[in-house]
Every structure is written in structure tokens, then in C-alpha cells.
Design a protein around this ligand. Structure first.
Ligand SMILES: [Zn+2]
Length: 86
């Protein structure tokens, strides 16, 4: 089951237009609203928060010790939408 963000402007369904990995723990997604009266574009960040469970398999070594949320790196997007709000 895929759960999507509702459009923050009109609460209609949205479609993912693109996404990219910003770091080992942060993913950026760009969305476009399906409501033809709205059609806004926006982006979200999906990031690692904390482990719910951890493996006990000694052959699996964690990439890094994570103490807390990881902030996204500063980036410049190469994609453009009809109106940029940030
Ligand atoms: Zn909308």
C-alpha cells in the first residue's frame, strides 16, 4: 500500500514527479497535484528518524552510528516547475 502526501493546497491526490537521494538518510521527492484547478508542485523530505528494531546478525554491519535525525544537505535543484515559491 502506497501512502502519498495529499496536496497541501487543496488536499487532492498528488503524483510523484521525481525523487533523488540526498544522503544515506535523506530522500527528496517532487510532487504535482492531480486537481486540474490546482496543479501545484511541491517537494518533501523523507529522512531516517531512528531504528524501531535492529538486526542482531553479526554479519550485517551498520553504515554508521546514528544519534538523531539527519538534516538534509543544501542542494540546488535543476528541475523547474511553473512557479517557484522558495
Ligand atoms: Zn492541489
Amino acid at each position: 500500500m502506497k501512502i502519498m502526501y495529499p496536496c497541501p493546497a487543496c488536499h487532492h491526490k498528488v503524483k510523484t514527479r521525481s525523487s533523488r537521494i540526498l544522503s544515506d538518510y535523506v530522500k527528496e521527492r517532487y510532487y504535482r497535484c492531480h486537481n486540474t484547478a490546482c496543479l501545484c508542485a511541491f517537494k518533501t523530505y523523507e529522512c531516517f528518524e531512528h531504528f524501531i528494531t535492529k538486526t542482531v546478525d553479526p554479519h550485517i554491519k551498520p553504515v554508521a552510528d546514528i544519534q538523531g535525525p539527519v538534516k538534509p544537505q543544501s542542494t540546488q535543484s535543476t528541475q523547474r516547475y511553473s512557479m517557484r515559491l522558495e
